[in-house]
Ligand binder design. Structure first.
Ligand SMILES: N[C@@H](CCC(=O)N[C@@H](CS)C(=O)NCC(=O)O)C(=O)O
Length: 202
C-alpha cells in the first residue's frame, strides 16, 4: 500500500489524503513529528511534508506533484479531465496555482510570523507578500463566482489544491475570505471524502 507522510493537521498532506479518498485509493497515513527524525530526513533530505512512498519505488515530495501523479497513476478520475477535454488547462493552472502562488506566499508569511526575530516580522517582504495574498484571493473569488466548483460542474484537483492552500491562510493567520469562498469551502468540507481525509490528518 502507498504511504503518505504528513505533519499532524498538515494542510498540504490533506490535499493528498483527500485526493486518495475521492479516488478510493487505499493509503497509509504516516505521522511525522517536528523536528523530523533522521530516518525521514534520509528519505527526504529537505524534511518537507507531504512525502509519498508509492508503488514501483516511487518516492516524491511536492503536494501538487503527488496529486497529479496519483490522478494519472490510479485514474482516470473526474478530478483530472482527460487530455482532450478543454477544461484540463484551467484545472492544471489552478491546481498548480494553489501551491506555486498561494502556498509559496504563505510559507514566506509563516516563516516571518513564527521564525523571524521580532524586528523582522513585519519587514518589506512580509508586507509585500501579505498584499499579494489579497490579489491571489481576489483572483480565486473571481474565478469561482457563484459556482460550487472552480472549474466545470464537479470537484477537480483545482478545488482540492486551492481550498487547502486557503485553509493555511484561514487557519494560521485568521485570514478573512470573501463570502463566495467561505460558502465554497463549507460545501467542500461537507464531502465525506474530505471528512475521512481530515480524520487521517490528526
Ligand atoms: N511546495 C511544497 C511545500 C512543502 C512544505 O513547505 N511543507 C511544510 C509543511 S506544510 C513543511 O514541510 N515545513 C517544514 C519544514 O520546511 O521544515 C509542497 O507543496 O509539498
Amino acid at each position: 500500500m502507498i504511504r503518505i507522510h504528513n505533519f499532524a493537521r498538515g494542510a498540504r498532506g490533506l490535499r493528498v489524503f483527500w485526493t486518495c479518498e475521492e479516488m478510493g485509493v487505499p493509503y497509509e497515513a504516516v505521522a511525522i513529528p517536528y523536528p523530523q527524525p533522521a530516518d525521514y530526513l534520509a528519505m527526504n533530505p529537505l524534511g518537507t511534508v507531504p512525502f509519498l512512498e508509492g508503488e514501483e519505488g516511487v518516492a516524491i515530495h511536492e503536494s501538487v506533484a503527488i496529486m497529479l501523479y496519483l490522478a494519472q497513476r490510479y485514474g482516470p478520475t473526474p478530478l483530472l479531465p482527460a487530455p482532450t477535454d478543454p477544461v484540463l488547462a484551467k484545472v492544471l493552472q489552478l491546481t498548480v496555482f494553489g501551491e506555486a502562488s498561494i502556498g509559496a506566499a504563505l510559507n514566506t508569511l509563516l516563516a516571518a510570523k513564527f521564525g523571524a526575530p521580532e524586528a523582522e516580522k513585519d519587514n518589506w517582504s512580509a508586507r509585500m507578500t501579505q498584499g499579494r495574498m489579497g490579489d491571489l484571493i481576489a483572483d480565486v473569488s473571481a474565478n469561482l463566482g457563484d459556482k460550487p466548483f472552480l472549474v466545470g460542474d464537479h470537484l477537480t484537483l483545482a478545488d482540492i489544491s486551492v481550498s487547502c492552500g486557503l485553509g493555511i491562510w484561514a487557519g494560521a493567520f485568521g485570514g478573512v475570505l470573501p463570502d463566495n469562498l467561505v460558502s465554497w469551502r463549507a460545501g467542500l468540507a461537507a464531502r465525506s471524502a474530505y471528512q475521512r481525509a481530515r480524520a487521517k490528518s490528526v
